[in-house]
Design a binder for this molecule. Structure first.
Ligand code: SF4
Length: 702
C-alpha cells in the first residue's frame, strides 16, 4: 500500500524455469512499483526468490532501449531511427546477403527469454518467409544436452516428471545442480517435501555448493566423468541383482548391450577415474536401487560438458534399469534454465518445425507447409547449424549476416575474444534486445528495441511442462515494440511473409499452436489463455478431451503401461563408453576452471546488473580458490590475480574458500569480459552444447 499500488496483474516470472506465479503491482499512473508471489496451488506457493521480488524494477531499469538505432559501419556511432527505415534496412540487407551468398548465409539466433507465441511467430518468419536453415536458440548453451539425451533414450524431448515427485520419492540424486542458487523455489519445494517425508539426498558436484552442504552424501566428482560414475552405479546394481527386470523387459530395448558395457566399470576402476571412492559408489547404487521410488534431477553440471548428452542418457539408463520413469517420485527431471527454454524446444522451430516436428520427416514438412500455405520444398530437409556452429561458420565466411534476438554472446559464449573477432567479420548484424547497453550491441548495424517480459502477453512453459501465462502489465517501453510486433512487421517485407498469415494478437497465435499441437506429445489443444490463468498453469499434454472432462494437466509422461516415443513404444538403454576428451589441468595450466551462477544474478546481467537490490550482494566477479592452493602460491584472500588459459586472461578478486578442491577454481559466469575469456567450450558431439566447466587455467598474483 505504501508504494501506491492500485492494481495487481498476474504474470509468470521472466527469469528462471521454475515458473513462479507473480503479480506486478502498478500505481495510479500505471507504473510497475511492486512484485509479489501468488499463493494457493501455484508452483511457488506464494514465494519468490530475490530476483522475482525486485522484478518490477526491470521495466524502467537504466539502459532500456527506447528507439531503433542504425549505422553502416560498426566503427561509426549509431543514428537514431524510426521503425520503418530500420526494418527496411534489415530486410534489404538480409535479401542482399541471401541473393549474393545463398539463403543460408544469413543466420538467426534467438533465446529462451521470449514468449512461446513469439517463438512460434519467429519460427514461421525464419522457416517460412526468410528461409534460412541456420537458425538456433541460445538454449544450445543451456539445455541442448537434455533435449538430445531425452530424444536418444525416450524417442522425444519432454521431461517426464514434475515438482510433486519430490513429495513421493524415496531417494534423490542431484547431478551438477546447485538448486538453492539456480532455482531457489524448486529447492524450497524439495526441502518442504523432505521435511514431511525424509529421503536421502545425494549431490554430485565437484564444488561444495550450498546444495552439497545440505546433502546426506556429497560426491565431489572429477569434472567430466559423470558417465563413469553412472556406469559404475549400474554395474553395482546389476552385479547385486538390484535391477527391476520386470520393468526392463516390458519397457526397454538394449539391456544386454548396456550390461556388457558396464561390466568395464567396476567400482574399483571407476573410482580412479571419477574420484569417488568405491565404497561410496556401492552405497549410492544400493540406496538408489533399493528405494521404492528414486529420482534424478540435473542442470548445467551435466549439460555443459563434452559428453552432456551421454550424461543425460546415463541418468535415463540408471532410472530405466531401476524402473524409475513415469511413477510418482521415480523420474529423470532436467531442471531447465531460462524461463521459456521449454517453449523454445516445443515451438520455436530452431531444431525443426513447430510441435516437436522434424525437418527430416516429409510428412512433418508437408503438414506445416500446408497449414502456413507455402510450398513444402521451401523447407530444408535436415537441421542446419546450431548456435555453436554458426560462429565458426562466420569465421570461415559461410555466414555473412546474423540476427540476435535477446541473446548476448559477447558475454555468454566460450572464448569471447574469438567471438569478438567473429562478430567484427559480419557484413551485417542485427541485435534485438530490451537494453541498448547489452555488450553485443557494440558490433551491430541495426539495433531493434524490444519490449520485455510482462510488457507483452503470452505463455511460458516451465521445467515440469507447465504452461503458464504472462499478462501485459504495461505497454512496451517508449518506442520499443513487442518481439512479436517486430517479427510481424519484418514478415511483411518478404514475399512468403505476405502469403503466410501472421496474426497480430498473441491469443490468435495461441489458437494456431493449439491446432498444430493436436495429437503431438506437447498437445495444448485443450488450453486457453484464460483457462491457464484460472488453473495457474497447466501441464501438457492437455487435449480437448482433458478440457471437456474438466481434468487437470498431465503430471507425468510414460506412466505404466508406458508408451515411449520410439515406433516400438519402448525406451532405449544405450551403452556409454567413456571417452576422456576434455582439456585437463597440466603443468602449465594446473587448475580446473569451473563456472556457474549466483542466486542474485540472471545470465549476462542485462537485467539484474541494473537492479540495486540484486547487484549490491554480488557487484563484481570473484574467483573461489582453495586456501591450500592460495597458501602454496602466496595468494591472499581478496587480493587480485591474473587467471590465464590457452584462450586469454582475466583479472579477478580471490575468495579463499573450501568450496572448491585444491586443483579447481570457480568464477561466476554472469560478468562481461571475465570467465568466458578463458573457457574453451569444446562441443558435445550429439547436442553441440559447449563444455563451460572443463577448462584448464594458471593463476598468478598481480
Ligand atoms: Fe523467478 Fe526463478 Fe526466482 Fe521463481 S525461482 S522468482 S521463477 S527467478
Amino acid at each position: 500500500a505504501d508504494k501506491g499500488v492500485v492494481d495487481w496483474t498476474y504474470s509468470t516470472c521472466g527469469y528462471c524455469s521454475t515458473g513462479c506465479s507473480i503479480e506486478i503491482g502498478t500505481n495510479a499512473v500505471g507504473k510497475p512499483v511492486a512484485s509479489r508471489g501468488v499463493g494457493g496451488a501455484d508452483v511457488n506457493r506464494g514465494k519468490l526468490c530475490l530476483k522475482g521480488i525486485f522484478e518490477y524494477e526491470v521495466f524502467e531499469a537504466i539502459g532500456r532501449a527506447s528507439t531503433p538505432l542504425i549505422r553502416d559501419h560498426i566503427h561509426e556511432p549509431y543514428s537514431v531511427s524510426s521503425w520503418d527505415p530500420a526494418l527496411d534496412k534489415m530486410a534489404s540487407e538480409i535479401k542482399r546477403i541471401q541473393a549474393t551468398y545463398g539463403r543460408d548465409s544469413f543466420a538467426v539466433v534467438s533465446t529462451g527469454q521470449i514468449l512461446t507465441e513469439e517463438f512460434y511467430t519467429l519460427g514461421k518468419l525464419v522457416r517460412g518467409a526468410i528461409g534460412t536453415n541456420n537458425y538456433d536458440g541460445n538454449t544450445t548453451l543451456c539445455m541442448a544436452s537434455a533435449v538430445s539425451g531425452y530424444k536418444r533414450s525416450f524417442g522425444s524431448d519432454g521431461p517426464p516428471g514434475c515438482y510433486e515427485d519430490f513429495e513421493h520419492t524415496d531417494c534423490l540424486i542431484a547431478w551438477g545442480s546447485n538448486l538453492p542458487e539456480q532455482h531457489p523455489i524448486i529447492y524450497w519445494r524439495m526441502k518442504d517435501a523432505m521435511e514431511k517425508r525424509r529421503f536421502p539426498l545425494i549431490v554430485v558436484d565437484p564444488r561444495v555448493t550450498i546444495f552439497a552442504q545440505n546433502a546426506d552424501i556429497h560426491l565431489p566428482i572429477t569434472p567430466g566423468t559423470d558417465v563413469v560414475l553412472q556406469n559404475a552405479l549400474i554395474h553395482v546394481i546389476l552385479k547385486e541383482g538390484l535391477e527391476d527386470l520386470d520393468y526392463i523387459n516390458a519397457n526397454t530395448t538394449g539391456f544386454d548391450e548396456l550390461a556388457k558395457e558396464v561390466e568395464n566399470y567396476d567400482p574399483t576402476s571407476a573410482a580412479k577415474l571419477c574420484g569417488i571412492d568405491e565404497d561410496t559408489i556401492r552405497t549410492v547404487a544400493r540406496l538408489y536401487a533399493k528405494a521404492n521410488r528414486a529420482m534424478s534431477i540435473w542442470t548445467m553440471g551435466i549439460n555443459q560438458s563434452t559428453h552432456g548428452s551421454d550424461g543425460v542418457v546415463g541418468i535415463n539408463n540408471l532410472n530405466l534399469v531401476t524402473g524409475n520413469i513415469g511413477k510418482p517420485g521415480g523420474t529423470s527431471l532436467s531442471i531447465t534454465g531460462q524461463c521459456n527454454a521449454m517453449g523454445t524446444r516445443e515451438w520455436s522451430s530452431c531444431s525443426g518445425l513447430p510441435g516437436y516436428r522434424a525437418l527430416e520427416k516429409a510428412e512433418d514438412r508437408e503438414e506445416i507447409a500446408k497449414f502456413w500455405g507455402i510450398d513444402p520444398e521451401f523447407f530444408p530437409k535436415k537441421r542446419g547449424l546450431t548456435e555453436t556452429d554458426i560462429f565458426p561458420a562466420i569465421e570461415t565466411g559461410e555466414i555473412k549476416g546474423l540476427w540476435l534476438v535477446a541473446t548476448n554472446p559477447m558475454t555468454s559464449m566460450a572464448n569471447t575474444a574469438r567471438i569478438r573477432k567473429t562478430l567484427e567479420k559480419l557484413e551485417f548484424l542485427v541485435v534485438q534486445d530490451a537494453y541498448t547497453d547489452v555488450e553485443t550491441s557494440q558490433y551491430a548495424h541495426v539495433f531493434l528495441p524490444a519490449g520485455i517480459w510482462a510488457e507483452k502477453e503470452g505463455v511460458f512453459t516451465n521445467t515440469e511442462r507447465r504452461v503458464n501465462i504472462t499478462r501485459q502489465v504495461t505497454p512496451p517501453f517508449e518506442d520499443s515494440k513487442s518481439d512479436m510486433q517486430i517479427f510481424n512487421e519484418l514478415a511483411k517485407r518478404f514475399d512468403n511473409g505476405q502469403k503466410i498469415h501472421f496474426p497480430e494478437r498473441p491469443v490468435d497465435v495461441f489458437e494456431e499452436m493449439k491446432t498444430l499441437s493436436k495429437g503431438r506429445l506437447c498437445d495444448i489443444s485443450g488450453m486457453s489463455h484464460d483457462l491457464i490463468e484460472q488453473e495457474r498453469g497447466i501441464q501438457w499434454p492437455y487435449t480437448e478431451e482433458h478440457a471437456a472432462q474438466g481434468a487437470k494437466g498431465t503430471q507425468r509422461l510414460y506412466t505404466q503401461p508406458a508408451t515411449f516415443c520410439y515406433a516400438n513404444g519402448r525406451a532405449k538403454l544405450i551403452p556409454l563408453p567413456f571417452i576422456n576428451n576434455n582439456e585437463v589441468p597440466d603443468e602449465q595450466y594446473p587448475f580446473w576452471l569451473n563456472s556457474g551462477r549466483l542466486v542474485e544474478h540472471w545470465h549476462t546481467r542485462t537485467k539484474t546488473g541494473k537492479i540495486g537490490n540484486n547487484n549490491k550482494f554480488s557487484p563484481i566477479p570473484f574467483m573461489e580458490m582453495s586456501p591450500d592452493a592460495g597458501h602454496e602460491l602466496g595468494i591472499k584472500h581478496q587480493s587480485y590475480v591474473r587467471v590465464t588459459s590457452r584462450r586469454g586472461d582475466a583479472v579477478v578478486m580471490v575468495m579463499l574458500t573450501h568450496r572448491v578442491p585444491k586443483n579447481m577454481v570457480f568464477i561466476p559466469f554472469h560478468f562481461y569480459d571475465c570467465v568466458n575469456r578463458l573457457t574453451l567450450g569444446l562441443l558435445d558431439p550429439h547436442s553441440r552444447q559447449p563444455a563451460f566447466k572443463q577448462s584448464a587455467v594458471a593463476i598468478e598474483q598481480v
